[in-house]
Design a protein around this ligand. Structure first.
Ligand code: ADP
Length: 430
């Protein structure tokens, strides 16, 4: 264990079934921390650590190093917080994995499909972490589960304002999480489902449909099942969205983290064959402030364009003529029922494509590039249900010359010309 120059080092000897929790300071000037496993075995959210390798965690990271058998680790640098806890729900989480694995075995035997699991609970109870854990454990025993990401505020897969699905083929990287190759991504456009709940439910149904089709042709995907991460909004329409999701995916298991009322409501409202399980949250889960969430979202968009850590991307900046693209917003502002045209319902307005005339106020908005075929009216119908093939950010709009400048991960030209505007903005400070 060679020391890291200029950094204090702290050794922790962990007993079996305990975890070291630490947080890295946040902010621009914060120094990152390195973690090294010296002896024994340990894992970070379900991914095993290699011995004598230094893992780096950047500003704002909140990490738990758990050990089943006992281990020693070194932490280089000064964490904001660090302590060892004996009180963790990991055994319950492992048992949950074991139960899901039983279901997969049975599915394999009986030529059925594997478990479809929905993880629910308020914000900051560790939903994403539990999903990551269960997926990594499943893939470690040779399964190929699918992660369905419905958290439009804090997506682990794509930029904020999207829902997505990702086939998991290897455990999450300790530092970087799951490798995101070829995810299926849909445009939602804002960071809370409440801005357009009809659209949110529609996209949930789209993902469920695509996943089911994949299961029909891919036995491993079918047996592996899926783990669905959801939003922390669990009341009113948010609750209805969970019920809708359970039915669209025909889930078999719902894991409720730390919310007894939600647990009881779901038990009451879901069909009796759905197993609803209440699990405690980990005491280590850290509540994140609004600012912290916003920073994470910003970081996610920055990563999309610039890459991170060892992998740098070099995005392109070029001009796009207004006349070469069609920009839409999904959902017209809601109007009183009494003012709706005859035969039209609010549903229709929420899924309607509203053309956006480019103006200065488009600056900094993130736009999804729809994979829908270019072409007029015919294609227009399928745009809402079409996956996204990438994202651009508008960096400047010139209404005089009818041209806007965009930041794009690929050189010109745009692969498609139908763009969907998000409420989300990104200011490029690089
Ligand atoms: P949710 O998805 O419910 O909003 P997350 O799973 O994203 O919650 O967890 C919130 C934060 O807490 C994350 O930064 C995560 O890394 C951290 N975290 C989760 N479990 C632990 C733990 N046992 N110890 C320390 N930090 C944890």
């Amino acid at each position: 264990d060679a020391p890291v120059p200029g950094k204090v080092s702290n050794r922790f000897d962990l007993e079996k079934e305990t975890e070291l929790r630490f947080e890295v300071e946040s902010g621009e000037a914060a120094e990152q921390l390195e973690l090294e496993l010296l002896s024994g075995m340990a894992e970070v959210f379900g991914s095993e650590l290699n011995r004598n390798k230094k893992y780096t965690f950047g500003p704002g990271s909140k990490i738990a190093v758990f050990t089943w058998q006992g281990c020693s680790v070194n932490l280089y640098g000064k964490p904001e917080v660090s302590y060892v806890s004996k009180d963790t729900p990991m055994l319950l989480y492992l048992n949950t994995h074991a139960a899901l694995e039983q279901m997969r075995k049975q599915a394999e035997r009986d030529n059925e499909r594997g478990p479809r699991v929905m993880v629910v609970g308020p914000t900051d109870v560790g939903k994403s972490t539990v999903c990551r854990l269960l997926l990594s454990y499943a893939v470690r025993v040779g399964r190929r589960p699918t992660l369905v990401e419905l958290d439009v505020g804090q997506s682990g897969v794509s930029v904020p304002g999207t829902v997505s699905a990702l086939c998991i083929e290897r455990p999450a990287d300790v530092e970087e999480g799951f490798s995101v190759q070829a995810p299926l991504v849909y445009h939602f456009g804002s960071t809370t489902p409440g801005t357009n709940i009809k659209l949110y439910n529609k996209l949930t149904s789209c993902l469920a449909e695509v996943f089911s089709q994949r299961c029909e042709v891919n036995r491993k995907a079918s047996v592996g099942g899926c783990i669905i991460n959801t939003c922390g909004w669990v009341k009113g329409s948010g609750y209805q969205a969970l019920v809708h999701c359970a039915s669209a995916f025909e889930v078999d298991v719902v894991l409720v983290l730390d919310h007894e009322r939600l647990y009881n409501e779901l038990k009451r409202d879901l069909p009796h064959f759905v197993r609803v399980v209440l699990l405690p949250k980990s005491g280590g889960v850290v509540e994140r402030s609004k600012e912290c969430r916003r920073d994470t979202r910003d970081e996610k968009i920055r990563e999309y364009f610039y890459g991170f850590r060892g992998l740098s991307f070099y995005p392109f900046s070029y001009e796009v003529r207004f006349s070469d693209v069609r920009i839409y917003k999904i959902g017209a502002p809601s109007i009183p029922d009494s003012c709706l045209p005859l035969g039209m319902s609010q549903d229709d307005t929420q899924l309607k494509l509203v053309p956006v005339t480019p103006g200065r106020d488009l600056t900094y908005h993130v736009l999804s590039v729809s994979s829908a075929e270019d072409g007029e009216e015919g294609a227009r119908k399928g745009i809402v249900e079409s996956p996204v093939c990438g994202f651009i950010v508008v960096t400047n709009v010139d209404t005089q010359t009818q041209v806007m400048k965009v930041l794009s991960p690929a050189p010109r030209p745009l692969p498609r010309h139908t763009l969907l505007i998000m409420d989300i903005r990104f200011m490029d400070m690089k």
